[in-house]
Design a protein around this ligand. Structure first.
Ligand SMILES: [Fe+2]
Length: 315
């Protein structure tokens, strides 16, 4: 796969002659890898599986938690892993993440910004995503740095020419967590203003869904057909509900959230319909990889730690 970027649009060129017909992708967001409640076991399990499947990995924001900088009002000792209690906190995060991802350099395709990375940029004038991507590229990865939102085009080539493509819109996420609908309403808004997307991926709220929206279409040649726009939200690996006894998520009345990511399989299939305009189609297969969080204890004593307003710290 060859990756190029033009503005907000990242193009992944796939040559089916050399790379085959079956392509796996792991869609992650909200790893919050440095947070004490990150389920690193599941995170690692998914990355190992990606390596075995020769999957390309996309991480759509909040890979870093990064809230423990000296001047960050959100900092809390309960949420700082012991190995990160250092003066070079931000520098060390980048080094530590590089070591963690080094075995997967050939699988990483994109790491994009979330609100946690942008909060660090605002507070400390450094972009952790950009620095990590730089280091991973030095280690041989073709990974690119994505924005808070953007497009990924999977362009399938045969004999050097593109014959079909899949368009994925990603947006880290915004707004409240919608405890009743779990963000499903957002899919209707996005379906309206993103008519060209085959797949729409969000993170941010740590909720999870896969909502297929069927659409009636009419081709340029007057052929009627139905397609599916896949809306995916990935929850990530942070288990901030803990055991339900303490912490920011609990004291504000937040519910427990699932953890995990989403597999995407793009398969080139021979089209037998003679009236079809394109010879081969790309089949989109979406497989959420979700489970319940572990029960984890946040900090030591009950009710300790700082409480923050909604605006201070949105996941
Ligand atoms: Fe997050």
């Amino acid at each position: 796969m060859q990756i190029t970027q033009t503005g907000a649009v990242t193009t992944c060129a796939i040559d089916i002659a050399t790379e085959g017909h079956d392509h796996w992708f792991l869609l992650q967001s909200d790893n919050h890898h440095d947070h004490p409640t990150c389920n690193r076991q599941l995170e690692l399990e998914h990355l190992e599986e990606a390596r075995q499947r020769h999957a390309q990995v996309f991480i759509f924001g909040d890979l870093f938690d990064g809230m423990q900088g000296r001047f960050d009002p959100r900092r809390s000792y309960n949420e700082l892993r012991p190995e990160y209690r250092r003066d070079d906190y931000y520098d060390f995060l980048v080094k530590d993440f590089t070591d963690f991802f080094r075995p997967f350099v050939n699988n990483l395709a994109m790491i994009s910004d979330g609100n946690h990375e942008l909060a660090v940029l605002k507070a400390a004038n450094t972009n952790l995503t950009d620095r990590l991507v730089d280091r991973l590229r030095l280690a041989g990865s073709h990974v690119v740095h994505g924005g808070y939102g953007g497009w990924v085009r999977f362009m399938f080539h045969r004999d050097g020419k593109p014959f079909n493509g899949i368009r994925l819109k990603f947006f880290h996420g915004a707004g409240g967590e919608a405890p009743v609908t779990r963000g499903a309403i957002q899919t209707n808004r996005q379906a309206v203003y993103l008519p060209d997307a085959d797949i729409v991926v969000n993170g941010h709220s740590h909720n999870s869904y896969h909502i297929p929206i069927s659409r009636e279409r009419l081709s340029g040649k007057g052929r009627q057909f139905f397609d599916i726009q896949h809306h995916i939200r990935t929850p990530g690996y942070k288990q901030s509900y803990g055991d339900g006894s303490a912490g920011w998520d609990v004291t504000r009345g937040g519910p427990p959230k699932p953890i995990g990511a989403c597999w995407l399989n793009l398969r080139v299939v021979q089209n037998s319909r003679s009236d079809h305009e394109q010879a081969d189609q790309i089949k989109i297969i979406v497989i959420p990889a979700i489970q319940g969080a572990d029960v984890v204890t946040i900090g030591g004593d009950l009710y300790q730690g700082v409480e923050f307003g909604e605006d201070d710290r949105m996941d």
